[in-house]
Each structure stands twice: as structure tokens, then as C-alpha cells.
Design a protein around this ligand. Structure first.
Ligand SMILES: [Zn+2]
Length: 242
């Protein structure tokens, strides 16, 4: 039987959330030989641009660009994301099958209400997946859940240096032809904030900003509800020019 256990699983409300928020971190882990996966909680059916089928193909190309070995799309309802027992059960089943140690989740509060709902769903499912008497399958509780950044900024608890894999992140974003601005291409549909050239510039600027804070060319910020453990304090020192 093929190995399914993952080191890290990134979960997003909509196809492209994960790639924007933590695509570099996934690529970095994958390049180091770690097994990473992606779950989109909805199929993006309420999006202004693109089709469900087209967005799935885009998601597949993006996952391949980042080196993800698992890609799943659930049906929690785009635009009013549901967080009831059925959605919890679907995510619990995935967590028990893929058994990730680290889960990367949307932020608890963000401009799109689906993102906050998705965060709550992910955090709850990660806990419930460890309960022996909840549902079917072998219990599994991830060791940590961190939130990546969406539209709104927050004060991060850690920044991952993604300078070395930035091109993989860009390749993943380029896969979302229907959603994100593609340099040199005609607009793919009605205007949306995420599809503007400014959005991609802001994403690059954010990576440079948080990178600068830790002495890296580009960084991806994360928040952790719990304190982070350190076993080698020297490994946490910033890089770059002091
Ligand atoms: Zn989203």
C-alpha cells in the first residue's frame, strides 16, 4: 500500500488560499524531502471568475508546482462555508488518513468570512480527530496548527524563510490563471481584488517585508495559538546583515 502519512498539511477555504498564504513553506518542506499535502475546503463555486472544473485543474497544477503529494477538495460550501458535524467528519476522516504532524490553517479573522470559519473548522477537526470515540478510523491529532496570513495582516509568531523556493511559489500562483493576475496576459474575467496586478505586488511586498524582519529575502508569516518549543536557540537567530 502506498505511503499516505504526511509531515505537513495545508488547508484553505478556497483554491489558491493555501498557495498565497503558505505555498513557499510547502515548497520548502517538499524540497527537503518532507511529504506535504493540500486540502481546499470548497471547490470555489461561488467565485466571480472561473469554473469548478477549471479551478480543480488549476489546483492540481499548483500542487504539483509546490511538490505536494496529496490534493483533496471538499465541499463545505463556498460563500457561507459550513462548519457543522458533516464538514467536521469529512475533515476528520482526511486527517486520520493523511496523519499530518503540522497543519497550516487559515487565519482566525480575515476579510473573507469563509477564512475565519475555515480556521475554526480546521482547529476543531484537528482536536476531534484525536478522540477515539468520535467517528470511524484510527485517531490522530496533529502536533501543531499554525495560521498563515490571508488578506489582513497580523503580528506573526514566526516567519519561514522561503527565499530559496520563491520561484516554486510563483509557479503555483501562475497556475491559477482564472483567479490571479498573470503578468502579460489579458484579464481572465470580471475584476476582483485578488486578480489585480496590485494584489500580486502586495503579496511580493509582504514576503519582502516579513523576510526583512528576520534577515531573509522573502518570508511567510505564521501565527501559533500555543507557544513554540525551541530545542536549539541558535537555530532561531536571524540571517542577513546585522
Ligand atoms: Zn479564500
Amino acid at each position: 500500500m502506498a505511503q499516505t502519512k504526511l509531515d505537513a498539511l495545508a488547508v484553505g477555504a478556497h483554491p489558491d488560499d493555501v498557495e498565497l498564504g503558505c505555498g513557499g513553506t510547502l515548497a520548502l518542506l517538499a524540497e527537503a524531502g518532507r511529504r506535504v499535502g493540500i486540502v481546499h475546503l470548497t471547490r470555489g463555486e461561488a467565485g466571480t471568475r472561473g469554473t469548478v472544473e477549471g479551478r480543480r485543474r488549476e489546483a492540481e497544477r499548483a500542487a504539483a508546482a509546490l511538490g505536494a503529494v496529496e490534493l483533496e477538495l471538499l465541499d463545505c460550501g463556498d460563500g457561507g462555508l459550513r462548519t457543522g458535524p458533516a464538514e467536521e467528519d469529512a475533515l476528520i476522516a482526511l486527517l486520520r488518513r493523511l496523519r499530518p504532524e503540522l497543519v497550516l490553517a487559515p487565519p482566525p479573522v480575515d476579510r473573507h468570512p469563509d477564512h475565519g470559519r475555515a480556521c475554526r473548522l480546521v482547529e476543531d477537526a484537528c482536536f476531534y480527530a484525536g478522540l477515539a470515540r468520535r467517528g470511524e478510523g484510527e485517531p490522530h491529532r496533529p502536533a501543531a496548527v499554525w495560521s498563515y496570513m490571508g488578506h489582513d495582516s497580523f503580528e506573526p509568531d514566526l516567519v519561514v524563510d522561503v527565499s530559496a523556493v520563491w520561484e516554486a511559489k510563483i509557479a503555483a500562483l501562475d497556475a491559477y490563471e482564472s483567479q490571479l493576475h498573470q503578468p502579460g496576459a489579458e484579464p481572465a474575467g470580471p475584476p476582483t481584488k485578488v486578480a489585480t496586478p496590485e494584489y500580486r505586488l502586495a503579496m511580493e511586498g509582504r514576503a519582502r517585508h516579513f523576510g526583512l524582519l528576520v534577515g531573509a529575502a522573502r518570508g511567510e508569516p505564521f501565527a501559533s495559538r500555543l507557544p513554540l518549543v525551541v530545542r536549539d536557540p541558535l537555530a532561531l537567530l536571524p540571517g542577513g546583515v546585522k
